[in-house]
Design a binder for this molecule. Structure first.
Ligand code: SAH
Ligand code: SF4
Ligand code: F3S
Length: 438
C-alpha cells in the first residue's frame, strides 16, 4: 500500500479539508503516514491569507523536494489556497508533481494515475456546488473528543484585503441532513463536541424542494442530537449574526457560549474601506445584544493593524473599541497586501512596516491586559468543562475548555478524557483558568 504524508497550514477549514483528502486517497489505496521519510506522496495543504504564511510554506516545499531527490519516485503535491492562487506558476517555479485547488480533491486519484516525471498534473477548477457532503473525513485530531465539521465552503463577501474569495470561490451551503448525519456519526464514535465551520456561518442557507434551513435552524438540529454533545461554530460575521442565532444559543445549554466575531478595525472609515459592511456602532450594538441575552458569552476577535491609509486616529479607534469590549482573546495581524484583491488594486499599502509593527504591538499589549482581566473575572466561578487531555505544563493535571472556550487546567481526580467535569476557578493567567474540582 502506498503512503501519503500531508502537512496542513492555515485555518481550521484547511485542517478539515486534509481529512477529506485522506478519505479520498484512502479509497484510492493510500494509507496515511505521519513520517515524511516513508511517504510515497508528500503534500502541503496550503494557505495564502498573509504573505508570511506563504513564505513559511515555500521553505517546507524546498524540504519536500530534497526528499524527492533522495528517494526518486516520491511525488510532491501542493493543494489548497496557494495552489488555487498561483496555479501553473507553481509547476514552473517549484517543479512539483501535483497542483490541486480546494474544490478539485475528488480528482486526486485520477491525477495521481496520470502523473509521470515529465507530465505533472494540475486541477484548480473552482465549483459552484462542491461541498464534499458525502465524504466522511478521516479524523486527524488526537483526542477523539472534539470534531470539526464543514457546513459551507467559499465566501461571497469581498472584504478588500482578503484573498479567500479568490482561493475558495463562491459561497455554498452543505446539505443540512448530511451535516446532522456526520455529527451523529462522530457522537456515536465517542466524540463529545462538534464545531461547525464556515467563513461566515451566519449566511448558511440550505434549500431543498420542501425545506429551507438557516444557520439558527441548523444549530437547533445539531444541538438536538443529544444534550451531552456540545456544539460550537466559527466564524461569525458582525454584519450577519442574527438575534435568532443569539437566542438559539441561549435556549440550548449544549450550544457553547462563545462567539468568534472578527472586528478587524474599530474605525468606521477603515471598515468601509475594508468593505466589511458594518460600522463601529453596529459592531458595539451586536456585542451589547449578545451580552444582554447571554451575559457570560465568551467573545474573541481578529484585528488587522496598519491597513491602507490607517491614521493614528483610526488606530486609536481600534484600541478604544478593544478596550470597551474586552475580548477574551484575539488573533492580531499586521496588514499584508495580497495580489489581486480589491485593496491591492485600489489602495496603496502606505503604512510603513515600522508603524505597522508598532501599532500591532500596542494592540497585542492592550489585548494581553484585557484578556487577563477577562480571565481573572472568572475566579470564584463554577464551570463545566469537557476533559480534552493532560495539561502540557503539568502531566499530573488535566485540561479542557469551558463553554466560553477558555482553557482550564484542573486535578485529574477520577476523570478521563471525554468526561464532563465541574470545576471552580481559583486563579488565572491571560490564557488559562487554574481550577480545582468543585
Ligand atoms: N471569514 C473570516 C476570516 C477569515 S481569514 C471573517 O470574515 O472574519 C482570518 C483572518 O485573517 C481575518 O479575520 C483577518 O483578520 C486576517 N486577514 C485576512 N486577510 C488579511 C490580510 N491581507 N492581511 C492581514 N490579515 C488578514
Ligand atoms: Fe475574507 Fe471577508 Fe470572506 Fe472573511 S468574510 S473570508 S475576511 S472576504
Ligand atoms: Fe488560509 Fe485558505 Fe483558510 S487562505 S485562512 S487556508 S481559506
Amino acid at each position: 500500500m502506498k503512503k501519503v504524508y500531508i502537512e496542513t497550514y492555515g485555518c481550521q477549514m484547511n485542517v478539515n479539508d486534509t481529512e477529506v483528502i485522506f478519505a479520498i486517497l484512502g479509497k484510492a489505496g493510500y494509507a496515511r503516514t505521519e513520517s515524511m521519510e516513508e511517504a510515497d506522496l508528500i503534500m502541503a495543504n496550503t494557505c495564502s491569507v498573509r504573505d508570511n504564511a506563504e513564505q513559511r510554506i515555500w521553505g517546507r516545499i524546498e524540504q519536500f523536494n530534497v526528499q524527492r531527490k533522495k528517494r526518486p519516485g516520491t511525488l510532491v503535491g501542493i493543494v489548497g489556497c496557494m495552489a488555487e492562487r498561483l496555479k501553473d506558476a507553481l509547476l514552473e517555479t517549484h517543479k512539483v508533481d501535483l497542483v490541486v485547488g480546494p474544490d478539485a480533491y475528488r480528482s486526486l486519484p485520477r491525477l495521481l494515475e496520470a502523473i509521470s516525471p515529465d507530465s505533472p498534473q494540475i486541477d484548480v477548477l473552482l465549483s459552484r456546488d462542491e461541498t464534499y457532503a458525502d465524504i466522511t473525513p478521516v479524523r486527524t485530531d488526537r483526542n477523539g473528543v472534539s470534531a470539526f465539521i464543514s457546513i459551507m465552503r467559499g465566501c461571497n463577501n469581498v472584504c478588500s484585503y482578503c484573498v479567500v474569495p479568490y482561493t475558495r470561490g463562491v459561497e455554498r451551503s452543505r446539505d443540512a441532513h448530511s451535516i446532522v448525519r456526520e455529527a451523529c456519526d462522530v457522537f456515536r464514535r465517542g466524540y463529545k463536541e462538534v464545531t461547525l465551520l464556515g467563513q461566515n456561518v451566519d449566511s448558511y442557507l440550505w434549500k431543498s424542494a420542501d425545506e429551507t434551513v438557516n444557520f439558527a435552524a441548523l444549530l437547533r438540529m445539531v444541538a438536538e442530537i443529544d444534550p451531552s454533545l456540545r456544539v460550537r461554530f466559527s466564524t461569525s460575521h458582525p454584519k450577519d449574526i442574527s438575534d435568532e442565532v443569539i437566542e438559539t444559543m441561549a435556549a440550548y445549554p449544549n450550544i457553547c457560549k462563545h462567539i468568534h466575531l472578527p472586528v478587524q478595525s474599530g474605525s468606521t472609515r477603515l471598515l468601509e474601506k475594508m468593505r466589511r459592511k458594518y460600522s463601529r456602532e453596529w459592531y458595539l450594538e451586536r456585542v451589547a445584544k449578545i451580552r444582554s441575552i447571554i451575559p457570560d458569552c465568551g467573545l474573541t476577535t481578529d484585528v488587522i493593524a496598519g491597513f491602507c491609509s490607517e491614521t493614528e486616529e483610526d488606530h486609536r479607534d481600534t484600541l478604544s473599541l478593544m478596550d470597551e469590549v474586552g475580548f477574551d482573546w484575539a488573533f492580531m495581524f499586521a496588514y499584508s497586501e495580497r495580489p489581486g484583491t480589491l485593496a491591492a488594486r485600489n489602495y496603496p499599502d502606505d503604512v510603513t512596516p515600522e508603524v505597522k509593527t508598532r501599532r500591532l504591538n500596542e494592540i497585542i499589549e492592550l489585548q494581553n491586559r484585557k484578556g487577563l482581566e477577562s480571565y481573572r473575572r472568572d475566579i470564584g466561578k463554577e464551570l463545566e468543562v469537557l476533559v480534552e487531555g493532560t495539561s502540557k505544563r503539568d502531566p499530573g493535571q488535566l485540561c479542557g475548555r469551558a463553554s466560553s472556550n477558555k482553557m482550564c487546567v484542573f486535578p485529574a481526580g477520577n476523570l478521563k478524557v471525554g468526561d464532563y467535569a465541574r470545576v471552580r476557578v481559583i486563579d488565572a493567567t491571560s490564557a488559562t483558568l487554574i481550577c480545582v474540582l468543585a
